[in-house]
Design a binder for this molecule. Structure first.
Ligand code: HEC
Length: 130
């Protein structure tokens, strides 16, 4: 303990600045929901996935190509009637599944996804399909 304290004091001011600036980026702790950390929290392991990540991992298999009558990503015509139902309906159908003209599995089969992650994926698809 004493050694650590002594060597820290032995640093010149410029050395100390250098050390501090080197330590900072790695040592900065981001709490989830802390907006000052930006997107970094989203990609941190175990954190919440972004809508894009969920889409790419679980939804694009069907929605990128329109497999089995899935409304295609980016196809405004295919989405307009669905969007007109309102976001809440889209969320519910994405979370619980929908078998109207095709087979939309509950949560797009991403059982490890939280409801919020599925909603973010719906938002991502809708934003890019109107
Ligand atoms: C196995 C293929 C498949 C996967 C995977 C899939 N979808 Fe779908 N999705 C469909 C099909 C088919 C429909 C059209 C269902 C219908 O209208 O009967 C659909 C419809 C939807 C709709 C419109 C619902 C409505 O009310 O009109 C949303 C929103 C949606 N999917 C979100 C998602 C999300 C989010 C994911 C990923 C987490 C996902 N889907 C993964 C096949 C899929």
């Amino acid at each position: 303990m004493l050694c650590v304290a002594v060597s820290a004091w032995a640093l010149s001011d410029s050395q100390r600045d250098e050390v501090t600036s080197r330590i900072q980026p790695a040592g900065k702790v981001c709490l989830q929901g802390d907006s000052s950390c930006g997107a970094a929290t989203a990609s941190a392991g175990g954190g919440e996935k972004s809508g894009k990540e969920v889409y790419e991992g679980s939804c694009q298999g069907c929605h990128a190509v329109g497999a089995g009558n899935a409304p295609k990503f980016g196809d405004a015509a295919a989405w307009s009637d669905r969007i007109a139902q309102g976001k809440d309906t889209l969320y519910t159908h994405a979370i619980e599944g929908l078998n109207n003209v095709g087979m939309m599995p509950a949560k797009g089969l991403c059982m490890s996804c939280s409801d919020d992650e599925i909603k973010a994926a719906v938002d991502y698809m809708v934003e890019n399909s109107q």
